[in-house]
Design a protein around this ligand. Structure first.
Ligand code: NI
Length: 178
């Protein structure tokens, strides 16, 4: 397994629209394992392949306390959306920043797992929010896009400055980032 480099906003590669996985083969399993290791190490609760500069529709997620319940979504499709929920979101690609975002409270998602088997999942609350956040990544979208222009500008400036000064990204908010 290998730790992958996580792209930081406003890196334009985060805008790439990921392509469906055609066959869940050994290379995809390796990608999943590397992404899981990268997510746990960050630490984060979710990671999309777009964030590690791989333009494939692959997501890993673990919302459990013990960090031992990995969920893998390959080619996820959100089939139904219901209700509304506002959550303080964070993102491994936007280190140190949290902001409230409104999303659907309940969704149904279908996808393939690491073995290439299809499954369907009813998700609510944080799981639902996290899936929507990661599917956004696969579509080249970042949670910052939901914020006001003013806030977007401030975040862009702050993160560009940190990269320029070669500072370590602030760990604040990372424990629940995705
Ligand atoms: Ni994210």
């Amino acid at each position: 397994m290998a730790l992958l480099n996580i792209l930081v906003y406003p890196d334009s590669r985060l805008r790439t629209v990921a392509k469906p996985v055609e066959a869940v083969d050994h290379s995809v399993a390796t990608l999943v394992d590397d992404m899981a290791q990268t997510m746990y190490s960050a630490p984060g609760i979710g990671l999309a392949a777009t964030q590690v500069n791989v333009p494939k529709r692959v997501i890993v997620m673990d919302l459990s306390q013990n960090r031992d319940e990995l969920i893998v979504f390959i080619n996820p499709i959100i089939e139904t959306l219901e209700g509304e929920i506002e959550t303080e979101e964070g993102c491994l690609s936007v280190p140190g920043i949290v902001a409230p975002v409104s999303r659907s409270e309940r969704i149904t998602v279908s996808a393939l797992n690491r073995e290439g088997q299809s499954f369907r999942l009813d998700a609510s609350e944080l799981l639902s929010v996290c899936i929507q956040h990661e599917v956004d990544h696969l579509n080249g979208k970042v949670f910052v896009d939901y914020l006001s222009r003013l806030k977007q500008g401030r975040i862009r400036k702050q993160l560009l400055k940190e990269v320029r000064e070669n500072e370590q990204p602030s760990p604040k908010g990372r424990a629940t980032a995705y």
